[in-house]
Design a binder for this molecule. Structure first.
Ligand code: B12
Length: 426
């Protein structure tokens, strides 16, 4: 029998958990699992998630001669390699995909051809099935999504209730049964630090299909809070309006969405109200005007514009999750202090509970990574450890040291109750 195991590795050794850990189902893998099951009805398909299992537990469960698909992110790539190696020992076929593999497919293929058979760049559903059917190319590109042809991800491949309970436990004051979906992919902005591998132009899913998925989550899983983990929902107002207009009246879960400050105005606030938006994740990044102008987050991006957007949301009683990136080019002690004061001002204005803050990580695939590689010598490796790359970036681009930046990360995180960061502790 065809055995397929789809895996999100545990974060690499030393990378810590945060308030999001174990709360959200691995949707990309669920989508690949659902499509593969449709194509191979007799296959035995399993999804193993390193947000709930240790890498060791995952390795113990690997089957002999299975097809193994591994999702890669920069902070889990070392763990991904550990799994790939163990899978090869069991004569498995090993396929990797996800944001990290999509950014450096050639490096991966040249350093890991002994343990990795194929790298998929972009959307994985069809290429994964093609490989099982015999496609021989080692690197396969699929940059455009095929939302209309793909089935709705089937949540029964995972222990869905476990994620919902973790979400409740990790966000105790919200007391919602929450889960994640996505409505679109791709982003028109080119933020310095972003490495999301989506299509160049934003693509929204068919709104009726989105509501069908939401209906299923509300009616069959008793979900009351939906986190749309897409890129930025206000970047195409026509598509957003279409989504809102096709919402069935009787379907009213709360929504958590992502938006840039630029996209928040009276028109979008009106749509948020109709959508029942409870929280907006908003990239504040910095309180410093000069640094803000260097990020490429839209022509109007500035701390003033951000404050206007948050004021509009707060007046409407819509909560926010602000996100800060410290260590922008030219960052110094003074700009860090300015950003910290700005974060406190935002706290007073909005009373936020959830906050994201990290030192800038030049993820492969981001402009920051390219800038760093241009300035220093590109190491001969396929492993770009986030913490090390972060330190090299700070040395090259900032006028303040790593330790001081981290102390400000901690100060900003301390303003929130639910905190999200990416850092390795040794
Ligand atoms: C939701 C989310 C999470 C959730 C759920 C994770 C999940 N697997 O779905 C949670 C909160 C748990 C999470 C955790 C982390 N995340 Co996260 N996450 C996201 C987010 C916002 C959306 C992902 C999503 O659902 N996309 C929709 C689905 C359908 O697409 P997809 O997952 O990308 O999968 C498609 C393709 O990538 C590809 N694919 C993926 N895997 C595979 C595997 C194979 C074999 C194949 C063939 C193809 C393939 O095919 C899929 C279907 O088309 C993205 C940002 C974004 N907008 O993409 C960040 C993002 C992917 N996460 C990121 C990071 C850093 C993390 C953490 C390390 C953070 C942390 N310290 O906790 C952890 C790592 C957890 C782990 N154990 O590996 C970064 C990755 C940056 C990078 N280049 O490495 C991103 C890009 C956000 C960012 N900072 O910009 N994340």
């Amino acid at each position: 029998m065809l055995e397929i195991q789809l895996i999100q590795p545990e974060k690499s050794p030393g990378y810590t958990n945060n308030s999001r850990t174990g709360c959200y189902v691995p949707l990309g893998l669920l989508s690949i699992a659902t499509y593969s099951q449709q194509q191979f009805p007799n296959a035995n398909i399993e999804v193993l998630d390193g947000e709930l299992l240790t890498n060791q537990e995952i390795i113990t469960r690997l089957k002999q001669n299975a097809v193994i698909g591994i999702d890669t992110k920069t902070p889990n790539y070392v763990s991904a390699l550990e799994i790939a190696k163990a899978a090869k020992h069991r004569d498995c076929q090993v396929i990797v995909g996800g944001v990290y593999a999509s950014a450096i497919p050639k490096e991966i293929m040249s350093y890991r051809q002994d343990i990795i058979d194929h790298v998929v760049v972009g959307f994985g559903e069809k290429p994964f099935v093609d490989i099982i059917k015999g496609q021989k190319d080692r690197i396969i590109h699929n940059p455009e999504p095929s939302f209309d042809e793909l089935p709705i991800p089937d949540r029964s491949f995972v222990d869905f209730e476990k994620y919902v309970l973790n979400f409740q436990q990790n966000h105790s004051t919200w007391n919602y049964r929450g889960t994640n979906i996505f409505t679109h992919m791709g982003c028109k902005y080119r933020c310095l630090f972003c490495s999301r591998s989506g299509p160049k132009k934003v693509r929204f899913k068919n709104p009726h299909k989105v509501w069908q998925e939401v209906k299923n989550l509300v009616e069959n899983y008793d979900i009351g809070y939906i986190i749309d983990f897409s890129d930025t929902i206000t970047q195409d107002m026509i598509a957003l309006k279409r989504l809102v207009d096709s919402k069935p009246d009787e379907l009213n879960p709360l929504f958590h969405i992502f938006s840039t400050a630029e996209g928040i105005n009276q028109e979008s606030i009106e749509l948020f109200r109709k959508l029942n938006v409870k929280h907006v994740f908003i990239g504040v990044e910095t309180g410093d005007y000069k640094l803000a102008s260097k990020i490429s987050k839209g022509a109007s991006f500035s701390p003033r514009r951000t404050l206007e957007a948050i004021t509009l949301l707060s007046d409407e009683r819509i909560g926010i999750t602000p996100s800060f990136v410290l260590g922008l080019p030219g960052e110094d002690k003074e700009s860090l202090e300015t950003t910290y004061k700005f974060a406190k001002e935002i706290k007073n204005l909005s009373g936020f509970e959830e906050v994201f803050c990290s030192a800038l990580i030049p993820f492969p695939g981001s402009r920051a990574f390219d800038l760093l590689m241009k300035k220093t010598e590109k190491p001969n490796t396929d492993i770009f450890d986030p913490e090390k790359t972060k330190q090299r970036w700070i040395e090259q681009f900032c006028d303040v040291d790593y330790k001081t930046i981290n102390s400000y990360v901690d100060k900003i995180l301390a303003l929130g109750k639910y905190t999200i960061t990416i850092r390795r502790h040794n």
